[in-house]
Design a protein around this ligand. Sequence first.
Ligand code: SF4
Ligand code: SF4
Length: 441
Amino acid sequence: MRLKSFKQGIHPGYYKGLSENGPIKKCPSPKKVIIPLSQHTGAPCKPLVERKDKVERGQKIGEADAFITSPVHSSITGTVKSIDKQPHPVSGSFDAVIIERDESIEEKEWEKGVIDLEKISADEVRKKVREAGIVGLGGAAFPASVKISPPKEKPIDTIILNGCECEPYLTADHRIMLEYTDDCILGLKVIMKTVGAKKGIVGIEANKMDAFKLFLEKTKDEGNIDVELLEVKYPEGAEKMLIKALLSREVPAGGLPMDVGVVVHNVGTAVSIVEAVRDNKPLIERVVTVTGKGVNNPGNFMVAIGTPFSDVIEAAGGLKDNAVKVIMGGPLMGIAQSGLDVPVVKGTSGILVLTADETDIEEEVNCIRCARCVDHCPMYLIPTEFVKFARGEAWERMDSVNIMDCIECGSCAFVCPSKIPIVQYIKLGKLALRNLKSKKG
Ligand code: SF4
Ligand code: SF4
């Protein structure tokens, strides 16, 4: 079988065997959760509760009045202890609601309902998905209700369900595809119905053959759903690469998948959409891969949003003595953490604990102009230009070399023999450029 793919990209070590074989385990309910009021792209929430308020599992505790935003909910039943600045795994610190669990009360659970695909309306789906606080669970945390509300002038013909999980070490999506197959497929159908797309495609990388075969079998009578096998290559799961690989469509520079008639959703997001629409369950927990040689029992865990990393690592047997680095996400696009008191947020796909021998400690040296970074960039950018302009603080020139098209995949830094932290320069450049533009109005 010919595998679909895109040009360029990299082939890093994957290390998925550490965590991909066991079923998803439940992380014990934490004594305390820290629920940040921003866990998504868009306007941060304002708290709907005050100190000493009693809250129930699933209760909405923060929301904002904006189109691009997502409400937050309590993931346990208990009492609000405080609302103040707390450590945040993405932004360093942010306002959060701290809730202590009331152990005398049994936690609320949601019964499985049914979805009548014939009767359910697009507006009803969008409303429920928004109310439930569903965001993209692949990492970007973009509000799902916005993604399923394309403007009329951008008709959508195809929904892609993203089961690539191309980032090394992470296996949460793999386990979701094996254990929640029916809900993944139902979620795809709900999204297709909502945006009026005639075609659905499930894209799975060839290192998850068990999931591929399961989806093939379960969709064999679905005339409008294809299951496609993709080459194991990084960043195969990036939206623009996936669209190119599966449909040979090119998302224009600065554009979105909807510009070429496509919406891409992660498999975990599809399951959360089903739980919101069918069961009225908000996004209060997610599957997190806890892995790396620095943790005793790697695996996948269902974790309440707001659980401190320390509790999740404890559920995975705790840290080994030689653990040196903790990353939220995978090694290529993840974010290094300075402590374990940060909470799991909606975008936490993994907690990776590395040992010294897995960590790159080589010093950065001068660029040798080998062009390996250029040859591997999946967006056909010139990373050396970003480094040059960032070092010279020539922020406006970064715009002319299309820095905003960079998807921050890290392929350039991965292949760089001089160990230049190219993505750090790119992030710095994007931030400076955004600040400049907002000052100019
Ligand atoms: S320049 Fe951006 S898109 Fe290209 S390889 Fe580097 S991080 Fe990825
Ligand atoms: S890969 Fe590194 S050393 Fe080679 S051209 Fe790019 S920045 Fe320079």
